[in-house]
Design a protein around this ligand. Structure first.
Ligand code: ADP
Length: 271
């Protein structure tokens, strides 16, 4: 019964998954910090406790994410782009395009029938198409980030957000509030502006279906609907699996592959 794990140190959130015999059992999400080495240990500890296994029982650990080199106990570091593709393919084998919206970057990832990476496009230069954008806007409106989804599905036409930059968009939001515009209209405008950026990034890859969304922002169904409308395609769901953990899941699956390869090598050196 192989036990493997992955720790995904993202720019904003850190995630860990323990995989026992191919089943994800310990899954943890927590905030990233200015001490990624410590965060990696802590998040891994929590996942081990959740899965009820000891660190010594884990045969292989993959470190992934923006801070993957800081996962000191990892046996191998793998790019989160590869890991998101692998995790998405495991959950839904028909997936060919993964839209990963994280805290500080957004990626469109194209994979083949086996879940291997074919191509990707990334925005990591500008906050406006990322989770950071929605977080900043929620702060300006003094509403919880999670409430944005409800506001998006509220009454009213979306208002136009004209600022191309998230810093300017923040002042624009404050002006709109001062002008008496209702929050649902502002939130819809903001989500549409994020969706337009994500859609244009995704189109660059050619838009091969099936399409799924991963990353923390995928939890907002309003963002998903807005992206679907912009791309004029349906985005498939993982039926309950947390999209924020898909990269860590993919990392753990790759860890299991390393074990399987090892198993096929004669242990005593004789063929
Ligand atoms: P990273 O790996 O870059 O740290 P994640 O994929 O872990 O990114 O996603 C983190 C982002 O997800 C943060 O910007 C956070 O605000 C956003 N997020 C988390 N939960 C939600 C939610 N319910 N609605 C919208 N955004 C969310």
């Amino acid at each position: 019964m192989p036990i493997v794990a992955a720790v995904d140190i993202g720019s904003t959130a850190s995630k860990a998954v323990i995989l026992i015999d191919g089943n994800p059992v310990g899954q943890v999400v927590g905030p990233s910090s200015t001490n990624p080495k410590r965060t990696a240990r802590e998040i891994y500890e929590r996942a081990l406790v959740g899965a009820d296994v000891r660190a010594s029982d884990v045969e292989f650990v993959v470190g992934t994410g923006y801070g993957r080199t800081q996962v000191e106990f990892a046996d191998r570091n793998i790019s989160e782009i590869t890991c998101h593709g692998r995790g998405a393919h495991f959950l839904l084998p028909s997936v060919r395009t993964v839209i990963d919206i994280g805290g500080q970057d957004t990626k469109a990832i194209c994979i083949d029938e086996q879940g291997n990476l074919l191509d990707f496009a990334m925005n990591d230069k500008c906050a406006a198409g990322t989770g950071r954008f929605l977080e900043a806007m929620a702060r300006s409106m003094e509403i919880p980030l999670e409430a944005m989804e409800d506001y998006y599905f509220g009454e009213g036409e979306p208002c136009a957000i004209t600022s191309m930059c998230s810093v300017f968009a923040e002042s624009e939001v404050i002006n709109l509030i001062n002008d008496g515009l209702e929050l649902p209209r502002i939130v819809k405008g903001l989500v549409l502006s994020l969706a337009a950026r994500v859609a244009s990034l995704t189109r660059r890859l050619g838009l091969v279906e099936d399409i799924v969304m991963t990353g923390g922002v995928a939890k907002n169904r309003g963002v998903q609907e807005a992206i679907e409308n912009k791309l004029k395609v349906r985005v498939k769901n993982f039926h309950g699996f947390d999209p924020q953990i898909v990269g860590a899941l993919g990392g753990a699956l790759i860890a299991a592959d390393f074990i399987a390869d090892k198993a096929s090598v004669p242990q005593d050196g004789k063929s």
